[in-house]
Design a protein around this ligand. Structure first.
Ligand code: NAP
Length: 266
């Protein structure tokens, strides 16, 4: 299926690895020009080179090695040479998730950091780009949040809290006047995907459960109805569809790719 978005510009946060990489790749393979952001310049450049090779120079792939959660980082994105300024057609908000832990150990600074990265940064990115999208009559914003928004995970309290704030904000703005201007805003709530992020959360969960990391991984996969972690490619394909022309009637939704893990009917 042709998603009808070739030639558009996408900004993808946290794009050097994992789920952001999956989204950047899927969009570029649809002919979308992509600005990829991550802090580590070397890994990011390797991912950009990989994508340029895979797309055979048919799309522009630009790298901005910066911390997207800072004002200076976002300024660097808006000013990247050869980029569209703030005139993006597609924005995928994403950065690293907060660390796991015990809520008794999180001070104000830990909370501010989590809220800044996982709530205020997506809001700033939306604020900077959404009116331009509406004026041009097309826009797609996808926020990568977490299944923890629907089914909280105790050791990920910083994530549960900060992302729920973003979810509430998005629910309102997606249904505001911009909805009639061809702009959709949706959240993707990953369950368990095979990325560095999940590998980094496994040790704390294993320790809490009194298991080895390998035992914890096997236990987690056995608890997922499809019997495995998801892949960044599967995630990216859903993201690209949400950014498609065809998905223009889907907005304000929380899409839950989790291999069937969420136990509720709705
Ligand atoms: P990942 O594999 O660790 O990749 C994270 C990406 O974000 C990397 O490219 C990283 O590069 C970049 N990044 C992190 N902090 C950044 C910052 N401040 N500014 C710019 N780039 C930044 O993680 P993932 O699994 O793809 O997870 C993506 C998001 O989904 C996270 O918020 C995570 O909590 C959430 N999530 C993931 C899962 C899962 O199963 N994987 C489940 C639920 C929720 P640098 O480190 O070089 O900046």
């Amino acid at each position: 299926m042709d998603l009808g978005i070739a030639g558009k510009w996408a900004l993808v946060g946290g794009a050097s690895k994992g789920l952001g990489w999956g989204c950047a790749r899927a969009l570029a393979l649809e002919g979308v020009n992509v600005v990829m952001v991550a802090r580590g310049a070397e890994v990011l450049q390797a991912s950009v080179d990989k994508l340029k090779a895979e797309t055979g120079g048919k799309v522009k792939v630009l790298a901005v090695a910066t911390d997207i959660t800072t004002v200076a980082g976002r300024d660097a994105i808006w000013n990247v040479a050869g980029g569209p300024g703030k005139d993006y057609d597609i924005v995928v908000t994403n950065a690293g998730g907060p660390p796991p832990g015990d809520f008794r150990e999180w001070d104000r600074e830990a909370w501010i950091k989590a809220v800044d990265a996982n709530m205020l940064t997506p809001i700033e990115l939306i604020k900077a780009t959404v009116d331009g999208m509406a004026a041009r009559g097309f826009g797609r914003i996808v926020n990568i949040t977490s299944s923890a928004v629907k089914a909280p995970i105790d050791v990920l309290g910083l994530s549960n809290g900060a992302r729920s704030g973003l979810t509430g904000f998005v629910a309102g703005v997606a249904r505001s006047k911009i909805a009639a201007s061809g702009v959709t805003i949706n959240n993707m709530l990953p369950g368990k995907f095979d990325t560095d992020r999940i590998r980094s959360t496994l040790p704390a969960m294993a320790e809490k459960a009194g298991k080895t990391v390998d035992e914890m991984r096997a236990l987690q996969q056995a608890q997922i109805p499809v019997g495995r972690y998801g892949t960044p490619e599967e995630f990216g394909a859903i993201c690209a569809f949400l950014c498609s022309q065809q998905a223009g009637y889907i907005t304000g939704q929380n899409i839950l790719p989790d291999g069937g893990s969420y136990p509720g009917t709705y």
